[in-house]
Each structure stands twice: as structure tokens, then as C-alpha cells.
Design a protein around this ligand. Structure first.
Ligand SMILES: Nc1nc2c(ncn2[C@@H]2O[C@H](COP(=O)(O)OP(=O)(O)OP(=O)(O)O)[C@@H](O)[C@H]2O)c(=O)[nH]1
Ligand SMILES: [Mg+2]
Length: 157
């Protein structure tokens, strides 16, 4: 088994940028839309974790089902300046849960460098939520540490 953490959410919410922060601690301003999937890696303790951005909603279920048993956690990304992405937060969570029943799911409200935004009721059902900025790096370490703790609690190895 190769443990995987998936990063999902609506278009242009900052999934690739957050993945790059986790993977390399870098930020690239230029926007390149992810067609289907984008990968990277990081570590929890000494265990290598594959990071996978799934960008294409129509293929979401197929892709997820193909490695569902390896998924140990998920980040759902919403954009603090985009109300549409906030409206989608509960849908992403329940769709994920229909495939992976017992994984930690953390909601990240990205782009807090532009506007700070509390997700109010939309974080219901999430294990945790955090405001982050892939651009400045704010909240990124906390988000990863929180995920590591939750993943380890579920004894993923
Ligand atoms: N100000 C600001 N801009 C950000 C932040 N994160 C991402 N962006 C910008 O938002 C745009 C989209 O970022 P991506 O990381 O490509 O978003 P994505 O969700 O992977 O996009 P898709 O793959 O098309 O779904 C880019 O222009 C980024 O530079 C952030 O924290 N703050
Ligand atoms: Mg992307």
C-alpha cells in the first residue's frame, strides 16, 4: 500500500498551489489549470505520502475508486473570495465519504492573504478547518501537522 492524501475542490481554488507548498514549500503565481491529476509527495514521520490533486469532477469517482483503499486523508480546498466554491464544500465532503468512509477530511479556506473568511456552517462534518494562504504560506504547516495527527490517530501504517 502507498498511502495517499487527496486534494480536491472547485476549479482555481488553489489545489496545485497548496500541494506545492506541502511538497516543496514554494509558490508559483502563474496559473496553469490541472487537466486531470497532479502529484507530489510529503512525509508523515518517515512514511512517504503521495499527494494527489484531483481536478476533474467528472472523473473524480473513477479516479478515487481506483485507489480508494490507499487514501488516508483528504483536504478539500475552498477559495475565500469565491462564494461558489464555498457552496460546494458539503458536496465534496459527502462525495468523498461515499467512497472513503473513515478518513480524516480537513477543509482549507485558501487565499486568506486576500480576505479572511470564516466558513461558518459549511465546515459541518469536517474533522477540522483552517484558513490558509498558499501564497504567503500562512497556516500551511498547521494544516499538514493537523492532518498528520489525525492520520496517525487512525493508525495508517
Ligand atoms: N492571492 C492568492 N492567490 C492564490 C493562492 N493560492 C493560489 N492562488 C492563485 O490562484 C490561481 C489558481 O491556483 P491553482 O493552485 O492553480 O488552483 P487549482 O485549484 O489547482 O486550479 P485547477 O487545477 O484549475 O482546478 C493561481 O493564479 C494562483 O496563483 C493564495 O493563497 N493567495
Ligand atoms: Mg490545479
Amino acid at each position: 500500500m502507498r498511502p495517499k492524501i487527496v486534494i480536491i475542490g472547485d476549479i482555481a481554488t488553489g489545489k496545485t498551489s497548496i500541494l506545492r507548498r506541502f511538497h516543496n514549500n514554494e509558490f508559483i503565481e502563474r496559473y496553469v489549470h490541472t487537466e486531470s491529476m497532479h502529484g507530489g509527495c510529503s512525509f508523515i514521520d518517515n512514511v512517504r505520502i503521495n499527494l494527489i490533486e484531483i481536478a476533474n469532477y467528472t472523473r473524480f469517482f473513477d479516479i478515487l475508486n481506483s485507489f480508494a483503499h490507499e487514501i488516508v486523508g483528504a483536504f478539500v480546498i475552498i477559495d475565500s473570495v469565491d462564494d461558489y466554491s464555498k457552496d460546494g464544500a458539503q458536496g465534496w465532503r459527502s462525495d468523498l465519504n461515499s467512497i472513503c468512509a473513515n478518513i480524516p477530511i480537513i477543509l482549507l479556506v485558501n487565499k486568506c492573504d486576500i480576505v479572511e473568511s470564516s466558513p461558518e456552517m459549511i465546515y459541518e462534518g469536517y474533522d477540522a478547518w483552517l484558513q490558509v494562504s498558499a501564497k504567503t504560506g500562512e497556516g500551511i504547516t498547521d494544516a499538514w501537522n493537523m492532518m498528520s495527527t489525525l492520520v496517525k490517530e487512525r493508525d495508517f501504517k
